[in-house]
Design a protein around this ligand. Structure first.
Ligand code: GUN
Length: 294
């Protein structure tokens, strides 16, 4: 293979953010309020801190207010539920994001179920996951799957009839992404920790997407010549950020590949901004353009 096409999520995410900023600026000139996202972080996990800081900075840059709630790790489920109930009822809050993972004593499922589906810009509430299953466009698609879909479409990666193999079946990425790829008419396989022969599956992939958080799980001998490779992993190894994919070797076989950092990560944040703007426009009854059927 020649040099692969680099799927530049950083560049595309900047273009998306510039468009969002323009749109919010013009809505403000028309007299609308600023959109607002409430971001809740529980405890002091260093990676979560970084993710939340990136999301809040991105909000502020495009004109979305970010309301930050940093709560101690010993907060109870009930206290967190109370805060969410208050944010659900506030007219000036368009989105509510609870950074995951939560400490183990907190009932994560109950927290997700309590966020109003109309403000669930993460798309984790069963009502929004149900809308994704039904391909109804008025819900929220989880940010990482939405960001990947936009990135692939931007670069003209054909999905119809293609073998898409997703490694990782988590509810934040792998599972919702499998639904989205099915809606794109791909033949979808989802591999996970109990998959017997991972390589047997990955070798079939026209589009291979890995979302496990296992550094360099995907080696060159697991990738078909000419495959498109999307790396969702973000791990720290010896102080360096690395993905799920052994990039330097795999890039010799791939026709296109996402870098880490600068691939899927910034697209996830831009998808969050898109979802927050979508919520704002729905709540303010401003005409919506589709995110699923652009
Ligand atoms: N933790 C890892 N990814 C995500 C995400 O997309 N949203 C939230 N809320 N927490 C996460």
């Amino acid at each position: 293979m020649g040099k692969p096409l680099i799927l530049d999520g950083k560049k595309l995410s900047q273009e998306i953010r510039a468009d969002i900023k323009r749109e919010i600026d013009s809505l403000r000139e028309m007299g609308y309020r600023s959109p607002a996202l409430a971001v809740i972080l529980v405890g002091d996990d260093p990676a979560s801190h970084v993710y939340v800081k990136n999301k809040r900075n991105a909000c502020e840059k495009v004109g979305i207010k970010s309301l930050f709630y940093h709560l101690p790790k010993n907060i109870t489920t009930e206290e967190l539920l109370e805060l969410i109930a208050e944010l659900n009822s506030r007219q000036d809050v368009d989105g509510i994001l609870v950074q995951l993972p939560l400490p183990s004593h907190i009932n994560q499922q109950e927290i997700i179920m309590t966020i109003s589906p109309e403000k669930d810009v993460d798309g984790f509430h069963p009502e929004n996951l149900g809308k994704l299953m039904a391909f109804l466009d008025d819900g929220f698609v989880p940010c990482t799957p939405l960001g990947i879909d936009i990135l692939l479409r931007h670069y003209g990666v054909e999905l119809k009839g293609k073998e898409v193999v997703i490694v990782g079946a988590g509810f934040i990425v792998g599972r919702p992404l499998s639904l989205l790829m099915l809606w794109r008419n791909a033949t979808v396989s989802v591999c996970h920790i109990h998959t017997r022969d991972l390589r047997e599956h990955t070798l079939k992939a026209d589009v291979l997407i890995s979302a496990t958080g296992v550094p360099h799980l995907i080696k060159a001998d697991m990738v078909k010549e000419g495959a498109v490779v999307v790396d969702v992993g973000i791990s720290k190894v010896d102080g360096r950020i690395v993905g799920d994919v052994d990039f330097d070797k795999v890039k010799e076989k791939a026709s296109a590949i996402t870098p880490v950092p600068g691939g899927v990560g910034p697209m996830t944040v831009s998808a969050l901004l898109m979802n927050t703007l979508k919520s704002f426009k729905k709540r303010e009854r401003i005409h919506l353009t589709s995110t699923m059927n652009p």
